[in-house]
Design a protein around this ligand. Sequence first.
Ligand SMILES: [Fe+2]
Ligand SMILES: [Fe+2]
Length: 301
Amino acid sequence: MKTETSPNSHSPLASMEEWEDFLKERYPEPAPAAAQPFQATDPNKKPEQFRNYEANARPSVREFYRQNHRHQTYEFAQAKRKEFLGLNRRKMGVWEAMEYLNTLVDDSDPDTDLSQLEHLLQTSEHIRADGHPRWFVVAGMVHDLGKMLCLWGEAQWAVVGDTFPTGCRYSDKIVFPQFFADNPDSRNPRYQTPLGVYEKGCGLDQVQISWGHDEYIYHVTKDYLPEEALYMLRYHSFYPWHREGEYNDLANDHDREMLPWVQKFNLYDLYTKNHAKPDVQALRPYYEDLIAEFFPAKVNW
Ligand SMILES: [Fe+2]
Ligand SMILES: [Fe+2]
């Protein structure tokens, strides 16, 4: 997807996976014993340790976060919802959408050479191998389809990146918090109280999270998947909530009930790369069946 090489272009990352590789450094895989039950970030970890991840980040990743934090305003998040959530761009079957996403050609990622489709199948295959229900497997398979926003000319910072609530104070646990100084919302007092424009316990559904591939795929699939799966899709990049435990005042009891599913999903999303490549053609019949179980032949995108 990178078409320009200038560091100031809207595609500073060689590929979107560069962002995810950075996340893996920031959130190393928990030891299996610690993963059950899932523990959010080690509370004893000192802020300096986080800052180290930032210091070691590639310049392209740094530039990516600089743009993301600067441009993801409350107004922007609202405008993009209006622009895309009418879902009137295409009608495509889910497998077709996977092939469409796969036409996104990145510069090669130094750490993985997986195609988009391979990442999706790798995620879902690990979920399946662990014996989880079929709706969980299907969630793994569709979770990043929203990255097709890039195919419609959207900037990287408007498609990927850890998401965060707009319209209220930024948590300092968000990566590179200093870059929010360039966001016009940081100078709007209405948006800079802990609750901002929201009410305590209003529920995440009422919160306008920064715009990206999570919110988009949630809306595409919301009539077809069970709620646990929809939480996984909608909040999988919301690291400040699911890994850092922030923004609990905006969440309601139902969000907290669903949180362990989002956390469980995150392990598959982040840590199943770099294993053997899935055999796409061999797996296709199983997945076509799975898709048919949950989705109509054509879905609105
Ligand atoms: Fe994602
Ligand atoms: Fe992913």
